[in-house]
Design a protein around this ligand. Structure first.
Ligand SMILES: Nc1ncnc2c1ncn2[C@@H]1O[C@H](COP(=O)(O)OP(=O)(O)OP(=O)(O)O)[C@@H](O)[C@H]1O
Length: 632
C-alpha cells in the first residue's frame, strides 16, 4: 500500500473496444454523458442498497446526487457522485477489464461495417469507456464508502492501452470523473449544451442531477456561474410518473438507457397494478431488433427490479419467463422487502403474481399489434417469433393466446416469410378438410419441395411449411387449434378425410391388388431398413417417399435428436410407392436389376426428405450400374 503510482495495461478486449468505440460511435458521441451519469446513478443505487443493512455507509451525507460541471480554461468536464465509490482494487478490476459474459461472442459478431458495429457496441454496453470518445485523458478520483479518507485513489488513462493508479486523500465519499476534452470538443464546454444533453438522455434518472446555475454577466458578455447548484432533471423515476406526463420521445429515450439499444423500441406498455395480490408498476418494451445473444436461453438481461423506487437488481430473470427474454423494462414493486435476494424471488408468491401479470401485458401488447399494426407485427415475428414459439411448451396457461400469435410459411404464402396465422389457415380450409396439415424439414426449401406435398398441391390444400429448429418441439405442444387437429404430412397413412373421394378409394384398392407381389418382394429386400412398403396416392411426381409410422417419430425429429447428441428411438419408416410412376411400374416386370432399383428408390426417398444415406457409395454404385443399362 502507499502512494506508489502503478501503471498497468488494459485487457486486450478493452483496447479493442476502445478503438472500435472511438471510431464507430463518433456520430453518437453525446452518449458519453448518458453512460457516465448512468454509472453515477448506479453507484448511488448500490450505496443505498448496501446501506439498508449498514446505515453507517452514508457517513454524514445521505442525500444522494450527481453533479455535472465544466471548466472552460482547463477544458474539462467533471461528473461527480456521492455513491458507493471505487477502491483501488475495484478500479483496477472494473476500469481495466471487461467482465461481462458473452464478451467473446460479441467480438466475434463484429463485422467491420461501422453502422452495424455501432449498434452492436451499443447493445453490448459501452459504459465507462465511452468517456474516451470525447476525452484524450480521463482522471477518476474516488473513495469507497466505508473506507477512510486516506484510502482514496486516483486512476488515470489516455485510453491508449494503459492506465495508472495511485493513492489519494479524499475526504468525501464517491467518485469524480474528469474528462480532459479532445482538441475539437469546445462545443461541450457550455452549460446550455450539457444541460440539453442531460435533459435529452438522463431526465428519467431518479436522483437529482445538478449543475451550477448560470446568469448573464454584462461585463463578461456571457453566461457566468453563480455558485449555486440547481437540479436540471425532474429527479423522478420515469415509470412512476403518470402516462399522460410522458411523451413518446421520453419513453423511447428511457428504453435506450436501459437496453443499450440505439434504435427506438417497437412497442411498450406501461401499467400500474393495484389491488389483488400485489401492487406494482411495470414499464415493458419490445425491442425492434433481436440482440446478438437472443438464442441463449440463459441470457436474460431484460428486467430491472426496483422496490419503491430503490434499485434492487438487474436481470431479474424470475420476473419474465425465458420465452419472453426479449422484453426489456422496469418493474417496481410496492410490496417486496428491500433486502430481497434472487433466492427469495424464486420462492415468492408476489413475484409469481407479478410475472404472470407482466406476461399477460406483453401478450396483450403483441395481440394488439397483430390486430392493428400488421407490418409492425411482421417485423416483430421475424426477429422474435422463434423465441415466442418456446412459450407453447413453457407456458401452458397462455398456450391458447400464444397459438394465435404464431405465424408460419405455407404453400400459399409468398416465400420464406412466416406470415400465415393458424386462424388464416382455418379460414381457408377446403370444404371437407378436417385437419391442419404441416410438413417439417431442416430448411424452408426442403419443406417446400418435399415429396409429401404432392397430393396436397393436386387437391389445392394448403400446408404449413415448418423449418425452424424449435418447430418439432413446439408441435408436441400444439396438437390442435380451434378444434382442428394438426397433422404431419409425413406421418402415418395419409388420412385426407372427406378430401378423399370415392374415386380415390377405388383406385387405391385396385393398385393395392395390382402391386401385392411387388410390395412383398420390396419388403423382403429392405426388411432391415423399413417397417412396411405400400402404395400411395400422395405422390404425383416422385416415385417414392418415406413416412413415419403414425406412432413413430418423424425422420426430421430423429435427425435433430441425433444432432443434439441424444438417442433417437429406433423406429423404421414406411416406404410408400407411387403406382403411377414409370419406375414403380417397371418393378412389376424388372427381373435382372430388381435389387438395385429398389435400393436406389429407397435411398432417393431418404435424400428427398432431407436425410443422409448410411451407405452413400453404395447408392452411387447402384445408380451408375442402372445408368449403364440405358442404351446410348
Ligand atoms: N461512478 C462510479 N462509481 C462507482 N463505480 C463505478 C462508477 N462508474 C463505473 N463504476 C464501476 O465500473 C464498472 C464498469 O463500468 P462500465 O460502465 O464500463 O460497465 P457497467 O456499468 O458494469 O456495464 P454497463 O455500462 O454495460 O451497464 C461498473 O460496473 C462499476 O463497478
Amino acid at each position: 500500500m502507499g502512494a506508489m503510482k502503478e501503471t498497468m495495461g488494459f485487457q486486450t478486449e478493452v483496447k479493442q473496444l476502445l478503438h472500435l468505440m472511438i471510431h464507430s460511435l463518433y456520430s453518437n458521441k453525446e452518449i458519453f454523458l448518458r453512460e457516465l451519469v448512468s454509472n453515477a446513478s448506479d453507484a448511488c443505487d448500490k450505496l443505498r442498497f448496501e446501506a439498508i443493512n449498514n446505515a453507517g455507509l452514508f457517513e454524514s451525507d445521505s442525500e444522494l446526487k450527481i453533479r455535472v460541471s465544466f471548466d472552460k480554461e482547463a477544458r474539462t468536464i467533471t461528473i461527480e457522485d456521492n455513491g458507493i465509490g471505487l477502491s483501488r482494487e475495484d478500479a483496477i478490476e472494473h476500469l481495466g477489464t471487461i467482465a461481462k459474459s458473452g464478451t467473446k461472442e460479441f467480438f466475434g459478431k463484429l463485422s467491420g461495417d461501422q453502422q452495424k458495429d455501432a449498434a452492436l457496441i451499443g447493445q453490448f454496453g459501452v459504459g465507462f469507456y465511452s468517456a474516451f470518445i470525447v476525452a484524450d485523458k480521463v482522471t477518476v478520483r474516488s473513495r469507497k464508502a466505508g473506507l477512510p479518507a486516506a484510502q482514496g485513489m486516483e486512476w488515470e488513462s489516455k485510453g491508449d492501452g494503459e492506465f495508472s493508479v495511485e493513492a489519494l486523500e479524499k475526504a468525501d465519499r464517491g467518485t469524480q470523473i474528469i474528462l480532459h476534452l479532445k482538441a475539437d470538443e469546445e462545443e461541450l464546454l457550455s452549460g446550455w449544451k450539457l444541460k440539453s444533453i442531460l435533459t435529452k438522455y438522463s431526465d428519467h434518472i431518479s436522483l437529482p442531477i445538478q449543475m451550477l446555475k448560470e446568469e448573464w454577466d454584462e461585463e463578461a458578455g456571457g453566461m457566468k456561474a453563480t455558485g449555486e447548484w440547481e437540479n436540471v432533471n425532474k429527479a423522478n423515476a420515469l415509470w412512476a410518473r403518470a402516462k399522460s406526463d410522458i411523451t413518446p420521445e421520453q419513453y423511447n429515450e428511457f428504453y435506450k438507457t436501459i437496453s443499450f439499444d440505439f434504435a427506438d423500441p417497437l412497442a411498450y406498455t406501461h401499467n400500474r397494478v393495484e389491488g389483488g395480490r400485489s401492487e406494482y408498476t411495470s414499464l415493458l418494451y419490445v425491442p425492434a431488433k433481436a440482440p446478438y445473444d437472443l438464442w441463449d436461453r440463459n441470457q436474460q438481461k431484460g428486467i430491472k427490479l426496483y422496490v419503491k423506487r430503490v434499485f434492487i437488481m438487474d436481470d431479474a430473470e424470475q420476473l419474465m419467463p425465458p420465452y419472453m427474454r426479449f422484453v426489456k423494462g422496469v418493474i417496481d414493486s410496492a410490496d417486496l422487502p428491500l433486502n430481497v435476494s434472487r433466492e427469495i424471488l424464486q420462492e415468492s408468491r408476489d413475484v409469481k403474481a407479478i410475472r404472470e401479470g407482466s406476461v399477460k401485458k406483453v401478450l396483450g401488447l403483441l395481440e394488439d399489434m397483430a390486430a392493428n399494426e400488421a407490418e409492425k407485427y411482421a417485423s416483430f415475428w421475424a426477429e422474435f417469433g422463434q423465441v415466442l414459439k418456446e412459450g407453447m411448451g413453457d407456458d401452458p396457461a397462455n398456450k391458447e393466446r400464444i397459438a394465435k400469435l404464431l405465424r408460419f410459411a405455407s404453400t400459399q404464402s409468398e416465400g420464406e416469410a412466416q406470415t400465415v396465422s393458424l386462424a388464416d389457415y382455418v379460414a381457408r380450409m377446403k370444404e371437407g378438410q378436417e385437419k391442419i396439415y404441416y410438413v417439417t424439414a431442416d430448411t424452408y426449401a426442403a419443406a417446400k419441395y418435399s415429396p409429401h406435398l404432392e397430393v396436397f398441391k393436386k387437391k389445392g390444400v394448403e400446408v404449413l411449411l415448418l423449418s425452424d429448429r424449435v418447430d418439432e418441439w413446439m408441435l408436441s405442444y400444439l396438437q390442435d387449434f380451434e378444434g382442428k387437429e394438426l397433422q404431419s404430412c409425413a406421418k402415418g397413412g395419409l388420412d385426407l378425410g372427406a378430401l378423399e373421394d370415392e374415386n380415390d378409394k377405388e383406385t387405391k384398392k385396385k393398385v393395392e391388388d395390382e402391386f401385392k407381389d411387388v410390395l412383398k418382394k420390396v419388403e423382403d429386400l429392405l426388411k432391415d431398413r423399413i417397417k412396411e412398403a405400400r402404395v400411395t396416392l400422395r405422390l404425383t411426381d416422385s416415385p417414392a417417399c418415406i413416412v413415419a409410422d403414425e406412432m413413430g417419430m418423424s425422420e426430421h425429429l430423429k435427425r435433430m435428436l441425433k444432432q443434439a447428441g441424444q438417442n433417437a428411438p429406433e423406429s423404421k419408416p414406411i416406404l410408400e410407392l407411387n403406382p403411377e410412376h414409370p419406375f414403380i411400374q417397371r418393378l412389376k416386370i424388372e427381373t435382372s436389376h430388381f435389387d438395385e432399383w429398389v435400393n436406389v428408390l429407397f435411398d432417393q426417398a431418404v435424400l428427398a426428405e432431407g436425410g443422409q444415406l448410411d451407405d452413400p457409395a453404395g447408392f452411387v454404385r447402384r445408380l451408375n450400374m442402372l445408368l449403364l443399362t440405358v442404351k446410348a
